[in-house]
Unconditional design. Structure first.
Length: 86
């Protein structure tokens, strides 16, 4: 079974390789280009924008985070980094 409810939080990990994969993909999308233009440049796109336009649509209804959607064998977290949506 997949989904966060089947794994301990210590296994909700995103590898550096998958983080880079996600970032590279986002930067190639039409959505990113529109956001950059509307926000007055790519440096003005926030994590809140990424969440609203990418994370939520990609994960909605899956029961998984992006990390768990990409990880075939989620490993234990080695480092915790936090974020802010605003």
């Amino acid at each position: 079974e997949r989904g966060q409810k089947f794994l301990r939080p210590v296994n909700w990990s995103l590898s550096v390789a998958n983080f880079i994969l996600i970032a590279e993909y986002i930067l190639k999308t039409e959505t990113w280009l529109v956001l950059s233009r509307v926000k007055g440049g790519e440096n003005n796109v926030t994590t809140h924008d990424i969440n609203q336009h990418f994370t939520i649509p990609w994960t909605s209804g899956s029961g998984c985070s992006i990390a768990l959607l990409l990880a075939l064998h989620p490993g234990e977290v080695e480092l915790m980094l936090s974020h802010s949506w605003s």
